[in-house]
Design a binder for this molecule. Sequence first.
Ligand code: 5GP
Length: 188
Amino acid sequence: MKMRKGTLYVFTGPSGAGKGTLLSRLMAADDRLFFSISATTRAPRPGEVDGVQYYFLSKADFEKKIAQNAFLEHAKYVDNYYGTLEAPVNEKLDAGYDVILEIEVQGAMQVHEKRPDAVMVFIAPPSFEELAHRLRGRGTEDEEKVCRRLETAQREMQYTDRFDHVVVNDEIDRAVRELQGILAERRT
Ligand code: 5GP
């Protein structure tokens, strides 16, 4: 019998909305999910390891992969490139895994065009004030970068109507349950 192909999920939402926390909770409780590791030209943060959080590439290597058509999508976000390598995503979908992309909005729109069957999920912060508070509290970016992330967030929030689901990350347990419900819809 032919194995059922997995579903592709795109998770988007402003930096600081809590996508990472929600997704690690979701992944921990579900062995049919594969989290796609993106490539980026941004420098690793303390504790980040090449091949775990991201594949950290030089600008030249990233541009070589763009020229080779290796990306399912890619975008520039606050001065750095970020992109999803297509081959591992296809391999995992073919093997029956549901694949999660955690990407910003320009990349999400590219995936939406190329893979109309992808399920689009927007993770929204409870409010803009809360987002600013979380981003500053995290302390991973300097004030100038925080401001640029907040400006980007305001633009990103205008795209919510292009998504199949908008999940407000007001309370982690509740938001995780809502996401589990979304995954369950395609598995029945
Ligand atoms: P960070 O620098 O905080 O890790 O990520 C910055 C933004 O880039 C986040 O909104 C994150 O979702 C997005 N991002 C991470 N990987 C990718 C990717 O492969 N493609 C695109 N388009 N965005 C990504």
